[in-house]
Design a protein around this ligand. Structure first.
Ligand code: XUL
Ligand code: CO
Length: 441
């Protein structure tokens, strides 16, 4: 099999004093952190769409890099993508990949023909997986947003024929995910929202989306899918308003339709910031509600109001992310999918390696810091102490349900002003402790 990334070998771990750009400085796959190897804690995944297909096209210009992988025929391009992806995963020590149906092979003129192409390419991938044990699907999904038929939505389309087509596409994507042994299936509703309420029956659209999700879950379980379903919240883009706005909104939706036992969250960093939340906030809401599932790892540019999908390099963010992941007990079926792309100006093959190395090292550092925060204990102990009044006395009586409103009135009357019970929030001290932990690694 021909090599695509010539001149670049397997990326070694060389440690923080290395200046070799083609080496990991922090990601040491076999190093134990928090009782597991870094490889197990981080569960990195390659995104097929950005890495194998994304050519740098943006709203203002055509692609800057060739992602046809030296081929011209549709199936040959699809197979070359597989070969290049497996070479990349091997050289970068990445165990997982994520895909949309349409990333694997281009759509044909009919659904039947498209499905036949998908069967052929997934046979090829299955064979590659057999020859490369250890390479796994993190999750699959259906691209129900790119084709013009989805201009008004897919599961939330005003037209029932479009809904049926989307259902057929999702059915097939679930089958492919199961065929390739995937333990996750994602719903990201790129066009499941609206441009204007003047033409939108929001209630029907949301009821229909829930109907589609229920059908998808029931079908997947019937063919043996035992993994997790995820919703990936995003507030906007491409639609002005996306129904899966943020984790809290999605939780309300899932509970309304009785889908909360079946779905967890796939939290994406740049989607969180588009919703005016921090990445950590979204992870915390998911964790607190037993809905933490998987992560799309990237970062946005806070000066831009769109989804730039940059490779994550902000260590403060990755540290807070990994803190939430460790507190959630680590990943089960989920992992860290790099839903990230090299900048349009970073157009060489070498840039793919630079990008993944930067992202993986940033998360390895984040993991080391998060574990150190937990081992250090100063921050967790502060929080525990801050809430100590709930562990005894009136606090414990409120929590156990023993205290009534009358009891509380009695208590408050006896206490007088409670301002004297307050303690400082010590934000600056905690921020300094965090810096101290980060920079004394
Ligand atoms: C788009 C996005 C998608 C989903 C999968 O913003 O994040 O790539 O991750 O459809
Ligand atoms: Co994503």
């Amino acid at each position: 099999m021909s090599e695509f990334f010539t001149g670049i070998g397997k990326i070694p771990f060389e440690g923080k004093n290395s200046t070799n750009p083609m080496a990991f400085k922090y990601y040491n796959p076999d190093q134990i952190v928090g009782g597991k190897t870094m490889r197990e804690q981080l569960k990195f995944a390659l995104s097929w769409w950005h890495t194998m297909g994304g050519d740098g096209t943006d709203m203002f210009g055509v692609g800057t890099t060739d992602k046809k992988w030296n081929e011209t025929d549709v199936m040959a391009i699809a197979k070359a993508k597989v070969n290049a992806a497996f070479e990349l995963m091997d050289k970068l020590s990445i165990d997982y990949f994520c895909f949309h149906d349409r990333d694997l092979v281009a759509e044909a003129d009919t659904l039947a023909e498209t499905n036949a192409r998908l069967d052929e390419i997934t046979d090829y991938i299955a064979e590659m997986m057999k020859n490369n044990p250890g390479k796994k699907v993190l999750w699959g999904t259906a691209n129900c947003f790119g084709n013009p038929r989805y201009m008004h939505g897919a599961g939330t389309a005003p037209n029932a024929d479009v809904f049926a087509f989307a259902a057929a596409q999702i059915k097939k994507a679930i089958e492919l995910t199961v065929k390739l042994g995937g333990k996750g299936y994602v719903f990201w509703g790129g066009r499941e929202g609206y441009e204007t309420l003047l033409n939108t029956n929001m209630a029907l659209e949301q009821d229909n989306m829930a109907r589609l999700m229920r059908m998808a879950v029931d079908y997947a379980r019937s063919i043996g899918f035992d993994g997790d379903f995820y919703i990936e919240p995003k507030p906007k883009e491409p639609t002005k308003h996306q129904y899966d706005f943020d984790t809290a909104t999605v939780l309300g939706f899932l509970r309304k339709y009785g889908l909360d036992k079946d779905f967890k969250m796939n939290i994406e960093a740049n989607h969180a910031t588009l919703a005016q939340h921090t990445f950590q906030h979204e992870l915390r809401v998911a964790r607190d509600n037993g809905a933490f599932g998987s992560i799309d790892a990237n970062q946005g540019d806070l000066l831009l109001g769109w989804d730039t999908d940059q490779f994550p390099t902000n260590v403060y963010e990755t540290a807070m992310c990994m803190y939430e992941v460790l507190k959630a007990g680590g990943f089960t079926n989920g992992g860290l999918n790099f839903d990230s792309k090299a900048r349009r100006g970073s157009f060489e093959m070498e840039d793919i390696f630079n990008s993944y190395i930067a992202g993986m090292d940033a998360f390895a550092l984040g993991l080391l810091i998060a574990q150190k925060m937990i081992d250090d204990g100063r921050i967790d102990n502060f929080v525990a102490e801050r809430y100590a009044s709930w562990n005894e006395g009136i606090g414990a009586d409120i929590i156990s349900g023993k205290a009534t409103m009358a009891d509380l009135e009695q208590y408050a009357l006896g206490k007088g002003d409670v301002i004297g019970s307050l303690q400082s929030g010590r934000q600056e001290k905690l921020e300094a402790i965090l810096n101290n932990i980060m920079f004394s690694l």
